[in-house]
Design a binder for this molecule. Structure first.
Ligand code: ASP
Length: 595
């Protein structure tokens, strides 16, 4: 037996036992006549002691030669430690070593393999296998496993069947570029790696496997944004004979279960809001609702020309604030407790929204003083009664500060949304131990690509329009809503899906509106439309991003630590050095000529 116990198993109850352990030498302390070594494995650290008096001479000498990360096996007796360490499960004992086998020597590692490391990101990526020996990374991988197991068990218990779908396929449109693989046996032809198993899972429904899931790698060749990986993992699901409501309920159940089983958190409310409401109220379709700061639209009370005489606002005569007057949207949020901000702090925040990443041209503020009065940067134009209306609409209380942006509606909402998140971060309102999931439903079916002037499927081209909106397709495509939904957790889209089109005619129509010629549609998706002619059941599904879900449950912002071998920001694996060139022979076999 290589080992009788792991390095995390022994405690006072084992004192007196003969044991064999194996692992890595984390560090040694040589006091001359006493040598201690910390032996580490996946399960913990156990202290070894070599004593000139009690240890055989040659073993003692061997111990002197031990270096960091040597792989060793020891036999010895569990003894009580003189100075105990209450912070370690094995802190009451140590092993008085009688036999030592050096299984493998190790070069000095390029960084310290302890919880706190001196290794920078790049170095740790290059030697990822060493980083994995560290608790933070190791625990993240164990945590991911636990989440994946909970998902598998939960869905299996509901009769979902995990089915593998192929990786060498034909392009599936999820809005990104495909990674392609040249075919050696079919000159000039290529496979695409799946952006998702979308069409296959739909075909599984036609095949009668009415509840499918798969924890599956997906590949999208996107320009990498921060914290995106070109290959990532989805919990991919599909169900037949369901309506949107059924799907929402099943996956709300899964999410509740995960939060309860993994975090011990019972979620009471699981709100459902429409896409339109989300955009108007939070300025984006993945709102973080752990905190309030809802948008208050101020057009009616801040615009003089339109509002004048309607009794809502009282106006100082003959003065108007042109910036608001000319804006499509004037909208504000109440930042709780921020009335105490100094001029300097306010200016810093104004500079923040003016950065090109946010892009606001300026910002108006209103201090809601404790005594019930208001002090604003637009006092010249608005009196106390006006400002009181703003406070009412934004929900501002005494002690709060209202920040107001204006301009084209969509842009201004996006800017205020960025400010809302920034304020929440600054105010400590984004508590990683708190979980606020919700569904966003009724997404638009199509979105206009400004550049090409063409309509794109907002989710993907298999998404079903809401039947009642069907007739708008021809007249006002932007207004057609889809049976599509996203699950949002703490400001992140963690999952999304839709009810699918399951008849050939509608699918054909959809391709037409998306600008596919009949030939193109047939070429790319003929197999799916054929399948729809052989008894396709109504079906729908969704996919959760496992990497992100695990990171959020783990209370982290970045997904990289939860992936064993992640790629860097340029899509490279710096450990194995991929992508890389391949040799002439291989290229030739693949019929590829490089210029
Ligand atoms: N295939 C979709 C995606 O990857 C999810 C779905 O519609 O089920 O986003």
């Amino acid at each position: 037996m290589y080992r009788t116990h792991t390095c995390g198993a022994l405690n006072a109850a084992h004192v007196g036992q003969e044991v064999t352990l194996a692992g890595w030498v984390q560090k040694t302390r040589d006091k001359g006549f006493l040598i201690w070594a910390d032996l580490r494995d996946r399960y913990g650290v156990t202290q070894l002691i070599f004593d000139e008096q009690r240890t055989l001479e040659h073993v003692f000498q061997q111990a002197k030669s031990l270096g960091r990360e040597y792989v060793i096996q020891v036999r010895g007796t569990v003894i009580e430690r003189e100075s105990k360490n209450p912070n370690m499960p094995t802190g009451d004992i140590e092993i008085l070593v009688s036999e030592l086998t050096i299984l493998n020597e190790a070069q000095l590692p390029p960084f310290t393999i302890e919880d706190e490391t001196d290794g920078g990101e790049d170095l740790r990526m290059k030697y990822r296998y060493l980083d994995i020996r560290r608790n933070p990374v190791k625990n993240a991988l164990l945590f991911r496993h636990k989440v994946a197991m909970e998902v598998r068990n939960y869905l299996s218990n509901l009769d979902f069947c995990e089915i593998e779908t192929p990786y060498l396929i034909k392009s599936t449109p999820e809005g990104a570029r495909d990674f392609v693989v040249p075919s050696r046996m079919n000159e000039g032809q290529f496979y695409a790696l799946p952006q998702s198993p979308q069409t296959f899972k739909q075909l599984l429904m036609v095949g009668g496997m009415d509840k499918y899931f798969q924890i599956v790698k997906c590949f999208r060749d996107e320009d990498l944004r921060a914290d995106r990986q070109p290959e990532f993992t989805q919990i991919d699901c599909e169900m037949a004979f369901v309506e949107q409501e059924d799907i929402l309920n099943v996956f709300e159940g899964l999410t509740r279960h995960l939060l309860s089983a993994i975090k011990g958190v019972e979620v009471e409310k699981f709100p459902r809001i429409t896409y339109d409401y989300a955009m108007k109220t939070y300025g984006n379709d993945k709102p973080d609702i752990r905190f309030d700061m809802k948008f208050g639209e101020l057009n009616d009370v801040a615009k003089r020309r339109k509002g004048a005489g309607n009794g809502i606002a009282t106006f100082k005569e003959f003065t108007e604030f042109l910036i608001f007057e000319e804006a499509e949207l004037v909208v504000g949020i109440a930042a709780p407790g921020c009335a105490t901000y100094t001029r300097k702090e306010i200016d810093a925040l104004i500079d923040w929204v003016k950065r090109p990443q946010v892009g606001a041209s300026g910002m108006v503020y209103v201090k809601c003083e404790e005594d019930g009065t208001y002090k604003s940067s637009v006092d010249k134009f608005y009196d106390q009664e006006d400002l009181a209306k703003w406070a009412e609409i934004t929900g501002a209380k005494a002690g709060d500060m209202i920040f107001v942006l204006s301009g084209p509606a969509d842009k201004t909402r996006a800017q205020l949304s960025a400010l809302r998140m920034e304020l929440a971060t600054r105010l400590g309102l984004r508590n990683p131990a708190e979980f606020a999931p919700l569904w966003v439903v009724d997404f638009p079916l199509l979105e206009l690509d400004e550049e090409s002037g063409r309509w794109h499927a907002m989710h993907h081209p298999f998404t079903s329009p809401k039947p009642e909106d069907m007739e708008l397709l021809a007249t006002n495509p932007g207004k057609v809503r889809a049976n599509a939904y996203d699950m949002v957790l703490n400001g992140n889209e963690i999952g999304g899906g839709s009810i699918r089109i399951h008849d050939k005619a509608t699918q054909q129509l959809m391709f037409k509106y998306l600008g596919f010629t009949e030939d193109e549609a047939r070429n790319q998706f003929g197999f799916l439309m054929d399948a729809f002619q052989f008894g396709a059941p109504p079906h729908g599904g969704l996919a959760f991003g496992l990497d992100r879900l695990v990171a959020i449950l783990g209370g982290q912002e970045t997904i990289r630590d939860f992936i064993a071998f992640p790629k860097n920001n340029s899509g490279r694996d710096v450990m194995i050095d991929a992508p890389s060139v391949i040799d002439e022979g291989q290229l030739k076999e693949l019929h590829i000529k490089l210029r």
